[in-house]
Write a protein that binds this ligand. Structure first.
Ligand code: SF4
Ligand code: SF4
Length: 179
């Protein structure tokens, strides 16, 4: 059995009431994750997206969580303070039922990495109204290695095309590289 360890877990606390829909968070997140870094700022590549409905005063920033291979069965509409929110408005998953949190060129799932290598998540830094704030808490976690981005990407491709198709493609690629 995996050993338990104490670990500081960082999360982003979202205060939707403070969000004004400026989308600076989307811009900086996509720029940080562009290849090369800061070469473009396409919000489709952002790991945080703002559900925006100015006519109804609705702004809900959501940052990308885990990829899930199946659509959920528990969708619902939410009415909070008289405002009606879309059924997927608060969901952080990259899932088959929508294009959100998928790399636009490859379709691979995107997940927030808390801006790895930076002192502070950039969306938090750029949100001047403090709708996004870092929260730290201590948690007991099992010492298991989290799947890395490549593993998640391969899992998603395997679910989409099947393992044999991926093997065939890899074989073809390695032959054409050698040849
Ligand atoms: S930067 Fe802040 S205020 Fe602007 S859209 Fe993002 S969360 Fe909302
Ligand atoms: S913490 Fe970084 S990776 Fe995560 S949503 Fe914010 S800007 Fe994007």
């Amino acid at each position: 059995m995996a050993e338990k360890k104490k670990k500081i877990v960082k999360t982003i606390k979202v205060d939707a009431d403070k969000c004004n829909g400026c989308r600076a968070c989307e811009m900086i997140c996509s720029a940080f994750h562009a290849e090369p870094k800061y070469s473009s700022n396409n919000p489709e590549r952002s790991r945080i997206r703002v559900n925006r409905d100015p006519l109804h005063d609705i702004y809900v920033p959501v940052y990308a969580g885990d990829y899930t291979p199946a659509e959920c069965a528990g969708r619902d509409k939410y009415v909070i303070d008289g405002k009606e929110y879309d059924e997927c408005a608060f969901c952080r998953a990259s899932c088959p039922s929508r294009d959100l949190f998928k790399e636009p060129d490859s379709g691979l799932p995107l997940k927030c990495d808390m801006c790895e290598g930076e002192d502070e998540p950039l969306c938090v830094k750029w949100c001047t109204v403090d709708a996004l704030v870092v929260e730290e808490r201590e948690e007991e976690v099992e010492e298991e290695e989290a799947p890395d981005e490549m593993e998640l990407g391969l899992e998603s491709l395997a679910n989409k095309y099947g393992l044999s198709k991926i093997r065939e493609t890899l074989d073809r690629l390695s032959i054409s590289k050698k040849g």
